[in-house]
Structures are given as C-alpha cells and as structure tokens.
Design a protein around this ligand. Structure first.
Ligand code: DAH
Length: 339
C-alpha cells in the first residue's frame, strides 16, 4: 500500500492541465468520495497496527499533495487568463475614440455630392484675392457699396488685395483656366466685416456653382435648383424664385424652399411665411462673359451661390451660428456620419 501511495504522489505531482475540465476530472479521480484517495482511506482500516503510523502519514501527505495540486492548477489557469501582468484579457477592449465630421463639413459634402450627380466637378480658389477677381470681373460698378470698407477686409498696405467676400471670385479664376463648357462647384470660406452674433459672423462658408455652355437657359437653372432642393431637403420640397439683383447675373433671383419644419403652413422658423430663403442665382451676365473673354453671342450660363451655415442651421435646427466656430465637443459630438 505504501508503494501505491508513493506512486500516486509521484503521479499527482507530475500532473499538469491546460483547461479547467482537466483539473475537474483530476479532482474527481483522486479527491471525490469515490476517488483513489478516499478508497485508500477505506483500505486503511485493514492496515496492520504496526504499519498504521507510517501509512497514515503517507496517506495524509498524498491528500495534501493532491489538494495543493488542484489549487495550484486552478491558480495557474486563472493567471493565464489575466496574463502575468494581472491584466484581464477577457475584459472588453477600450473603445477607440474616432473624431466626427464638423456639421458644416457634413452639409458641404452632401451639397457637393448632389452636384456631383449632375456632372459638376469641384474647383477651389484662393481666399486672398485682388479687386479684379472679387469685384471688377464680376461686373461690380466702381461705386458699389459691397466694395465699401464696412463689408470687405482689405489688406492695409494693399487696397487692391482683399479677403474674398464670396466664392463668386472663383468663377473668374475658373473662366480664366478652364476650357468651355464649364460645370463647376466651389466650396470656400469667405470673409466679411460683420459684427459676430447668433445670426452673423465675419467668417462663413459658401458653395458656388457655375455652368457655361451653348444654349444654357433659365429652365436649366430652375430644373437644377428643383433637383438640388429635393435631394437636400426631401422629395416633397417646393421651390420658389423671387426676382433679385446681383451685379454678375441677369436676370437674378433668390430661391426659397418650402419651410423644412412646417412644410409651408407657417411657423416661427419661416416667420409665418412657409418659405425659407436659401440661395442667390441667375443667368451669368453677358458683361461678365465679355470681361472674362468668353463669346457672349455663343455662350450662356447660370450661376448660384449659397451659405453653408444657414443650410446647416435649417437642417439640424441649430439656433446660434457661433456654435460652428467654438469647437465645443458637446456640440460637435452630436454629428456622426460616414461622409
Ligand atoms: N455671391 C453672392 C453672395 O455672396 C451669392 C450669389 C448670388 C452667387 C447669385 C451667385 C449668384 O453665383 O448667381 O451673396
């Protein structure tokens, strides 16, 4: 019996396990009520008295070794789970914080992708411009109030250089550099000397579209605007054109869309009118074509320009324009999108 006990001690000491089930099987085999050790204790009754002391000691040792083994194996497996460093690898991972797009970028991309479907490609121009590109080539008369120091940021030592007040200045660059026909959209940041408030800022964003080809008509402009408004604000959106004046378009119009909130019934967003002003547009003034070296007898075109802040405010129900520039994460985190 002593021999059997010693043999078991050796066997048990050498035992190792990879998974919890193996430890459990091992425990049942040796330490359960019907296990090898319990059986040996049973047999112990029959051991002659003179051997009881020695065998009893060996039996107790066997039980201690087996119990210690089970505990040791359990601890080992637990260590493997948590790694030696004590890090529990089974815990869920840290969520990687990705940024979100700025709401103005989301709406800009949306607008550009609508025009992309109509075949308009993106062009960009400089923010610092000369008087020619920002005003003169766009048919602004010398005395036009928009040239006034009140509205325009001039460079102090160079009164001919301005921060462009609208993305229309890029139309002029496009006409200089592109072969006809031209079908371009221009997103950009523009600057005007305005007091900052909930409704105005000295920096804001615009998107301009320019289309020049043979036989471009006002009907093309109207159809483009209708498609654009329905894509941007929903299929049930109506548009309305009101006559207006811009130096670089003739005729000129302002486009309203049916109120995105009340759908034309009248609410405080549309001030009870049911309509929201969205953009300025018109047929490119023949003077502008001529000033930019394009044959005004052969070509016609349309142009349009809109403020991205205003459209974003309407789309998301944002009430204060300053929020776009404050970089407050509580505001920015609310806008998540793939584009
Ligand atoms: N440039 C004008 C503005 O900043 C917007 C505009 C109106 C652009 C009519 C156009 C247009 O291209 O045809 O207020």
């Amino acid at each position: 019996m002593l021999e059997k006990i010693n043999q078991l001690i050796t066997e048990i000491s050498a035992f190792s396990a990879q998974i919890p089930e193996e430890i459990e099987q091992f425990r049942i085999k040796h330490l359960s009520k019907k296990g090898t050790i319990a059986l040996l204790f049973e047999d112990f009754k029959n051991v002659p008295v003179e051997q009881k002391k020695e065998i009893g000691k060996a039996l107790n040792e066997l039980k201690t070794v087996a119990t210690a083994k089970v505990n040791e194996l359990k601890e080992q497996l637990c260590d493997q789970d948590t790694g030696k460093s004590g890090v529990d690898l089974t815990l869920p991972g840290d969520v990687l914080k990705t940024g979100t797009r700025h709401p103005l970028a989301i709406v800009r991309n949306e607008i550009l992708s609508i025009f992309d479907k109509l075949g308009f490609t993106v062009s960009e121009g400089p923010e610092i411009e000369d008087d020619w590109h920002n005003f003169s080539a766009l048919n602004f008369p010398e005395e036009h109030p928009a040239r006034d120091m009140q509205d325009t940021f001039f460079i102090e030592k160079h009164p001919d250089i301005v921060l462009h007040t609208h993305t229309s200045s890029v139309q002029v660059r496009d006409m200089e550099t592109h072969e006809l026909p031209i079908r371009l959209v221009t997103p950009g940041r523009v600057f005007r000397n305005e007091a900052i408030s909930a409704r105005a800022h000295c920096i804001f964003h615009q998107i301009e579209a320019l289309y020049i080809d043979e036989n471009v008509s006002f009907a093309d402009l109207k159809q483009t605007l209708t498609y654009f408004a329905k894509e941007l604000f929903g299929a049930d959106t109506q548009i309305r054109l009101r006559p207006s004046y811009f130096p670089f378009t003739e005729p000129s119009a302002e486009m309203d869309v049916s109120c995105t909130l009340c759908h034309g019934k009248g609410c405080n967003v549309c001030k009870g009118t049911g309509w929201l002003e969205i953009l300025g547009c018109g047929m490119v003034d023949p003077n502008v074509l001529e000033l930019n070296g394009i044959d005004k007898e052969k070509y016609t075109g349309f142009a349009l320009g809109m403020g991205i802040e205003r459209i974003t405010m309407l789309k998301y129900g944002i009430k204060d324009l300053r929020l776009f520039f404050e970089n407050d994460l509580r505001f920015l985190k609310q806008f998540t999108t793939a584009i």
